[in-house]
Design a protein around this ligand. Sequence first.
Ligand code: HEC
Ligand code: HEC
Ligand code: HEC
Length: 127
Amino acid sequence: MSVPGLRLLLLFLISLCIPNVWADQALPYKIDIGRGGHCVRDPVWMRKNHMHLLIHQRDLAVREGKRSKEISLKNCIECHASTKDDSVIAREDSFCVACHRYEAVKIDCFDCHSGIRKSAWLLRNAK
Ligand code: HEC
Ligand code: HEC
Ligand code: HEC
């Protein structure tokens, strides 16, 4: 490859790294994302709108008996529970705790709903 070509390639590669560094620094706290995969919506959209999605689905389920496999707490927890303790609420950096703690948001959802990955719970209790 020619020298200018190499330089362009290098610049391109460096430019790929910069947004990632920024993205990491943008969250001022540690958060355990869980298992990975593809979120039910775009993650950036989810950051702002997950509560509307959840509360809308709760109303559908409770008032009209309409359920969704995709938009359900159980589904969120399958992915977002920590791979260390299978929970979204056990620690300060747990998925449904880290941001809320930082932003001083209080939710009561887990007074009633389980914060544990159901598949893991079933495995454990089958033994
Ligand atoms: C007082 C107990 C209680 C609290 C607090 C509560 N829920 Fe629920 N929720 C229920 C019950 C009961 C159902 C109906 C169970 C069912 O039909 O599976 C339900 C159903 C749901 C559903 C639809 C079914 C599912 O599993 O996805 C969602 C979504 C939901 N709740 C989200 C929330 C969110 C988000 C919060 C916090 C803002 C919350 N709930 C707080 C009791 C509660
Ligand atoms: C199949 C796995 C999967 C499911 C199911 C899932 N997610 Fe996600 N979610 C992800 C991944 C992976 C990310 C991106 C993490 C990253 O790279 O920052 C993400 C991102 C997010 C974010 C933004 C996090 C951030 O750092 O800004 C929120 C909020 C979120 N999800 C909430 C939910 C909720 C609520 C549900 C259930 C309705 C759900 N997710 C279901 C995998 C999943
Ligand atoms: C990337 C950060 C982040 C993650 C991860 C996250 N939340 Fe949130 N959540 C927020 C912020 C910020 C607010 C407050 C938004 C506002 O007040 O406009 C909020 C608000 C909420 C609310 C509405 C509370 C209210 O009374 O207004 C619910 C319900 C909620 N989140 C549920 C969840 C659940 C369940 C999870 C885990 C599956 C989760 N969130 C994960 C950042 C996050």
